[in-house]
Design a protein around this ligand. Sequence first.
Ligand code: FMN
Length: 200
Amino acid sequence: MTVEGGDEVWTASDAQRHVRLLGLSGSTRQASTNTALLRALQAVAPDRICLDVYDRIGSLPVFSPDLEGAATPPAVQEFVRSVHGCDGLIVSSPEYIRSIPGGLKNAIDWLVSTHHVIDKPIALVHASHRGDEMLQVLRTVLATMSTNFKPEIFFRLSLLDQTPDGIAQIVGAPPNRLAAETFLETFATFCRERAPCKPA
Ligand SMILES: Cc1cc2nc3c(=O)[nH]c(=O)nc-3n(C[C@H](O)[C@H](O)[C@H](O)COP(=O)(O)O)c2cc1C
């Protein structure tokens, strides 16, 4: 690692460098199990892994090509900045009518329109033993959206009907905690490998 202009400049040899992840929840529900799973992962994130959670897809207006460019609404600009600034995206979503919830698809439409996610590392987590049809559709969408979607890096727990506090306890207790940490470490390593290699 070298330091340049006050900013750290990382090289490919920095296998342990900090990784900044963003969790994107596909649920707008206050007590969402998917949002709670992302927050529980945030709480157990190992050293050198920072996980922020974006749970505001409900604030994004419906995508329209007429609103691209200079007309992009502020809420969308903030969302796109968050995604652009992270090293990797972790998506967690419920299944609605055997598919992706409209709000999440809308958020993804905005991201794709800005071209910031073409190479973004992406992994999936899921808070239910159900929802496999949605997961299949979401995998197709994410693989279309990014060349670095990694379906094999996947973490799933059966948390249907659990409260956010209960989910924090379930994820924080062994052996789930070890599995959660392993998932985050595996994805962080993938993100480090995929990060643009800056000159030292
Ligand atoms: C409008 C709607 C449609 C749903 N459709 C399905 C479905 O097709 N299959 C299924 O297994 N669950 C379905 N569910 C249940 C949700 O997927 C389930 O409650 C999920 O855990 C909610 O996630 P959340 O806690 O993050 O909000 C549906 C729920 C809603 C509100």
